[in-house]
Design a protein around this ligand. Structure first.
Ligand code: PLP
Length: 487
């Protein structure tokens, strides 16, 4: 048991959770035993793998158990106290609690707990910004009393207004997310988009370049936040840039919400006091159920509150209940210890790579993630990801800035510390992890396919994968996932 572990609540908690899961699996077995079996196997596999995927974590049994209830059966379109369905009194309790915990935890004036995922949260935010900030003709101006009275010509005018706004977001290859204006995503189609990147020499965000781009492009929305940028962002500066050009600052803190909740990111690095709208997922560093949240200032609250019916259908009430439980956990002092350990452990991992001469984007980290440039090993991201997986190390390949191998094969591997920190890994373990990763990659060679050189094929020197897998298992056994939980 460690103070940072989600499951480190003591033997009694683990015994009670074991009873709950054993009973649940027996019930499931009466209908579809193969699902019970897959559920058992998933836990065994998660227990036996060195999970370094930066966007994943291990939620507590309390959070997980909360999702398996009859709240799943309830329709509750609308908002607290204002539903389009009857008998939503208990969903109201759940949603109000989730929003209250989110407001208190993040110090936000308003919180919306309904988005089913991070992408949904971003869609809600975009539409709320359009609805609030775009000066479109009102119903009266168009001579209508009701929305159904609008003519096709009126709708054409509205579409021309709402569909032609501008968004400036971080490019995918420098660490932004698909939803920040990437062309294949709807955000890159519904907005005129422009992307900002990072300084080609340092890999850091160049705020002067962002400001220059914003002055020229004059976006309605400036998006800050990332999926694969290993550094902190100065949100006060981002807000200054937004204010100078009259843009709305939206921060997507999906990846680092846990570091904001745990007060590792404060002052200029805390997006909540600086952004107009903040979106997040709840399942990454925040260690909650799979879902999304939107936080907003009073100005944007009324539009965000219309997430349903604007872009969402019925809320996932069982998941909102689990969000409330996870947010209550994140308000405990132990969560601050956890968040600090996440940042410290990422630092140790980065230092371990640097001292072993592995190339890192930006040369290090000061958040929860590390981006390894695997061209320093003569590999593509795809080859490196597969070789690590063969050795029991689960990561994901990721593009690096101006990636010569594109978004599919990539040249990077993204590592994150949130999941293994939940298991209780500390500095010694993370240093050992960097050693194991370097051992695998320095013993992996690109191999040819049937038609010549391949970006996917590789060979690992004899015995390396087995040796590293055994060393990884030792680390995992010393830091068990859900200690005391038996199925
Ligand atoms: N925003 C960011 C920054 C992300 O990294 C992700 C997911 O990876 C999302 C949004 C989307 O979250 P979801 O997968 O829950 O839709």
């Amino acid at each position: 048991m460690t103070s940072v572990s989600a499951s480190g609540q003591g033997a009694e908690y683990a015994a009670t959770a074991s009873e709950a899961y054993q009973a649940a699996l027996r019930v499931i077995e009466t209908v579809e035993p193969r699902i019970a079996e897959a559920t058992r196997k998933e836990l065994a596999d998660q227990r036996d793998s060195l999970k370094l995927i930066a966007s994943e974590n291990y939620a507590s049994p309390a959070v997980l158990l909360t999702m398996g209830t009859w709240f799943s059966d309830k329709y509750a379109e609308g908002t607290v106290g204002h539903r389009f369905y009857a008998a939503c009194q208990n969903v109201d309790t759940v949603e109000a609690l989730a929003a209250e915990h989110a407001r208190e935890l993040f110090g936000a004036p308003y919180a919306y707990a309904q988005p089913h995922s991070g992408i949904d949260a971003n869609l809600v935010a975009y539409w709320a910004i359009l609805a609030t900030r775009v000066e479109a003709p009102g119903l009266a101006e168009m001579g209508a009393k009701h929305i159904n009275d609008l003519s096709e010509a009126d709708w054409e005018k509205l579409r021309a207004k709402l569909g032609n706004q501008r968004l400036l977001g971080m490019s995918l290859d420098t660490g932004g997310h698909l939803t920040h204006g990437f062309r294949p995503n709807i955000s890159g189609k519904m907005f005129h988009q422009r992307q900002y990147g990072t300084d080609p020499t340092t890999g850091f965000i160049d705020y002067d370049a962002v400001a220059a781009s914003a002055r020229e492009f004059k976006p309605l929305v400036l998006v800050a936040g990332y999926s694969a940028y290993p550094r902190r962002v100065n949100f006060a500066k981002m807000r200054e840039i937004a204010d100078e050009v009259g843009a709305t600052l939206m921060v997507d803190m999906a990846h680092f919400a846990g570091l904001v909740a745990g007060k590792v990111f404060t002052g200029d690095e805390d997006p909540v006091p600086h952004a107009h709208v903040v979106t997040t997922t709840t399942h990454k560093s925040l260690r909650g159920p799979r879902g999304g949240l939107v936080l907003a200032t009073e100005e944007f609250a009324p539009a965000v509150d219309k997430g349903c019916p604007m872009v969402l259908g019925g809320p996932l009430s069982h998941v909102m209940a689990a969000k409330a439980v996870a947010l209550a956990e994140a308000r405990q002092p132990e969560f601050r210890t956890y968040a600090q350990a996440v940042a410290d452990n990422a630092q140790t991992l980065a230092d371990g790579f640097v001292k072993r001469d592995a190339g890192l984007v930006t040369g290090g980290t000061d958040n929860h993630l590390v981006l390894l440039d695997v061209t320093s090993f003569g590999l593509t991201g795809r080859q490196a990801e597969s070789a690590l997986l063969d050795s029991g190390i689960v990561t994901n390949r990721n593009a690096i800035p101006a990636d010569p191998n594109g978004a599919w094969y990539t040249s990077g591997i993204r590592f994150g510390s949130p999941a293994l920190t939940t298991r209780g890994f500390g500095a010694d373990e993370f240093d050992r992890v960097s050693e194991l990763v370097v051992e695998v990659l320095s013993n992996t060679q690109p191999a040819a396919g049937p038609n010549g050189p391949s970006k996917a094929k590789y060979t690992i020197a004899d015995g390396v994968a087995e040796r590293v897998h055994a060393a990884a298992s030792e680390l995992l056994e010393a830091n068990p996932l859900y200690p005391g939980l038996t199925l």
